[in-house]
Write a protein that binds this ligand. Structure first.
Ligand code: ADP
Ligand code: ZN
Length: 435
């Protein structure tokens, strides 16, 4: 059962054929933009440079910095009057990243979203609550259009106000939720505070979780707490937003829609392709976007292509869970650490609650990693020996994973600061890095 039978199961040869013809078209429209127009002219590149998918390597990469430097209209491949919407990142440092869409782009995105949801088992009989900011952030409207295209009853709930979210679920019999994983832990606590059990007191059966890195352990926790299946959803605003790659009901990696994107995995240092199946930086090219095509965009996200075919029959390759961005990694006491390694350890420990925060600080002239960990309510009862034992256990397990012994501080549930949107996992206070 597929949303688009032919496209999703197209054999690899025909899929590549389609990619080549769409890539040529993309280059043609990109050439209308000030940025690619100048660049390709200087380099003597055009659609004719492409005969096969691998010829894409003749084209230069595009970076976030290029987008910022040519803000706002430098990448537009169409006259401004054709545009119907923009989405943009918050832009806390420098110019924001903005992506423009024409009617075709919005339509194509809605279709990719509907396809993604169908692939994760969502159907038009579902009641879909989208717990996510509506506005410039792509998760609100991006999902909204896909949910409607698929034909579910949509509840555009927006983010926050957990008691109201729970009331909506109960009033309308919500069966599917989309939210960021860090929020779902909090939502579960509110269920408990209200004396409710989502397994018994709701009709929820499917969650779509994404927009931020999370571990398999985190997913399993969410599935157990709510009694649902949770599917991983990956996207980034530069590639529209959600609807780029999605898990099917086999939950074995995220099918990335190759009729809409060409993907490459490169070594971020050498910029050469990595060997098959190796982890590297995901590089993406849009194949079905008219207003603002992006070619060989360096996402900074680290992942790999999973080997083998998927039993669902879809031929589009599967990405492994995204472990984070290349710039998420921090170095402490000479060891390279990704926040997700720490989350993986924490989420396996039953006493650990919903949230954690990693702080890097200089204490007595040396680098320290302090991890504040929320502990479940029934555990945080003042029994010092018990808490002491738990913090030693956590510290030991983290040291085994990342080779640095952290200072672990156990804190009450709900006491760590909550961010408005995506979870902030690391706070950097080290003097050398800040000066
Ligand atoms: P911002 O760049 O401001 O975070 P985006 O909404 O475009 O805004 O975020 C996209 C990024 O979010 C991706 O590049 C990736 O790093 C992260 N992301 C999105 N979905 C997932 C996911 N399922 N797993 C891990 N990381 C994800
Ligand atoms: Zn599959």
């Amino acid at each position: 059962m597929y949303w688009e039978n032919e496209l999703e199961t197209l054999d690899r040869k025909n899929l590549e054929h389609l990619q080549v013809s769409r890539l040529k078209k993309t280059i043609q429209s990109a050439t209308n933009s000030a940025y690619y127009g100048n660049l390709y002219r200087l380099m003597g590149l055009s659609a004719d440079s492409i005969k096969s998918v691998s010829d894409i390597r003749k084209l230069p990469f595009t970076t976030k910095q290029n987008l910022r430097d040519n803000f706002p209209y430098g990448f537009l491949g169409l006259p401004q009057k054709e545009l119907i919407r923009l989405h943009s990142s918050s832009g806390t440092t420098g110019n924001p990243t903005v992506i423009f869409h024409n009617r075709h782009d919005i339509d194509s995105w809605a279709n990719l979203m509907a396809r993604s949801l169908f692939c994760a088992g969502v159907r038009d009989t579902d009641v879909f609550q989208n717990i996510c900011g509506y506005g410039l952030f792509t998760g609100g409207l991006g999902f909204q259009y896909g949910i409607e295209r698929l034909g579910c009853l949509s509840i555009p709930a927006g983010a926050g106000n957990s008691p109201r979210q729970i009331k909506l679920m109960q009033d309308y019999g919500t069966t599917v939720i989309h939210a960021i994983p860090s929020y779902l832990n909090r939502l579960f606590e509110v269920f408990q505070e209200e004396g409710l059990d989502p397994r018994k007191d709701t009709k929820l059966h499917t969650f779509v979780i994404g927009a931020e890195p999370h571990t398999e352990e985190q997913r399993q926790r969410i599935e157990e707490m709510f009694g649902v299946k949770a599917y991983n959803s990956f996207g980034l605003s530069e590639m529209n937003g959600p609807g780029v790659a999605f898990e099917c009901t086999y939950q074995n990696g995220l099918h990335i829609w190759e009729d809409a994107y060409i993907i490459e995995i490169i070594n971020p240092d050498t910029l050469e392709p990595v060997a098959d199946g190796e982890v590297g930086e995901l590089v993406m090219t849009t194949l079905d976007r008219e207003a603002m095509p992006l070619i060989r965009y360096r996402t900074r996200d680290l992942t790999r292509i999973l080997p083998g075919d998927c039993p669902c029959g879809r031929t589009h390759v599967r990405l492994d869970r995204i472990t984070g961005r290349s710039d998420d990694m921090f170095i402490v006491k000479g060891c390279n650490v990704f926040p997700m390694q720490i989350e993986g350890v924490l989420m396996k420990i039953a006493e650990v609650g919903a949230d954690y925060l990693i702080t890097l600080d200089t204490i007595n002239g040396s680098d320290e990693m302090i991890i504040e960990v929320e502990v479940k309510k029934d555990w945080f009862n003042g029994d010092i020996t018990r808490l002491d034992k738990l913090s030693r256990l956590i510290s030991g397990q983290i040291r085994d994973e990342v080779l640095v012994k952290p200072i672990v501080k156990l804190v009450e549930p709900g006491s760590l600061p909550k961010s408005e949107g995506k979870a902030v996992r690391v706070k950097e206070l080290r003097k050398a890095l800040n000066s």
